[in-house]
Write a protein that binds this ligand. Structure first.
Ligand SMILES: CC(C)(COP(=O)(O)OP(=O)(O)OC[C@H]1O[C@@H](n2cnc3c(N)ncnc32)[C@H](O)[C@@H]1OP(=O)(O)O)[C@@H](O)C(=O)NCCC(=O)NCCS
Length: 175
């Protein structure tokens, strides 16, 4: 994750539309749905334990992913605003029933295009090194592997796991 969050989405009326999904700032009304999604075993498997307070804390820096009016996922947006290191880091989780249908790639694509429009040129994401679906999803957008972040993230079972740092330059976006 990036270490500086410069963007507040809390009061934003941003709405980003893909062919199927809509992405807009998370709201308090989304919290129950998001907490339920983040507690699903197929999500927890690849995501740290997330409490209701964690979700509330991230409302200003996260987007809800919707299919119609149903919340199907969460996209955390961490913006590094220091001018010489400007970039955006993402974290994403989709409900189990929404996985594997291209929604993750679509949501990231619209969010990245929006950030390119705001002047960003570089994006990072750091899935668990063995999260093959996530890595394939991001590679399909043009993200390239940079290297392994060893023992980067502590999992709910207490084990320190490796992550794969991936990066994308704006001109490499393929979706
Ligand atoms: C990771 C995640 C965001 C990806 O979104 P998604 O909508 O499921 O992924 P997409 O359907 O856009 O793309 C998945 C790609 O992986 C491939 N894939 C699907 N299942 C796979 C598996 N078990 N192993 C390897 N690749 C797999 C698909 O074929 C597709 O690649 P392709 O289009 O090049 O053929 C979503 O699955 C998710 O939220 N998972 C649980 C939480 C998580 O892992 N978060 C990531 C934290 S960094």
């Amino acid at each position: 994750m990036a270490d500086a969050s410069g963007m507040s989405l809390a009061s934003s009326d941003l709405v980003l539309r893909g062919d199927r999904v809509t992405v807009r700032p998370s709201r308090e009304a989304d919290v129950d749905a998001l907490v339920a999604i983040l507690a699903e075993p197929a999500v927890v498997r690849w995501w740290r334990t997330t409490t209701r307070e964690d979700v509330l804390d991230e409302l200003g820096t996260s987007l809800a992913i919707l299919l119609g009016d149903r919340v199907i996922g969460w996209l955390l947006v961490t913006e590094e605003t220091e001018p010489d290191y400007r970039h955006v880091a993402f974290d994403i989780a989709l409900a189990t029933a929404a996985q594997g249908q291209g929604y993750g790639r679509e949501a990231l694509a619209v969010a990245i295009r929006h950030q390119i429009g705001r002047g960003h040129h570089r994006f990072t994401i750091d899935p668990a090194a063995d999260n093959e679906r996530a890595i394939r999803c991001y590679a399909g957008l043009g993200f390239r592997p940079v290297g392994i972040l060893r023992e980067h993230e502590r999992w709910p079972d207490g084990r320190w796991g490796d992550s794969l740092l991936m990066e994308l330059l704006a001109r490499e976006l393929t979706a």
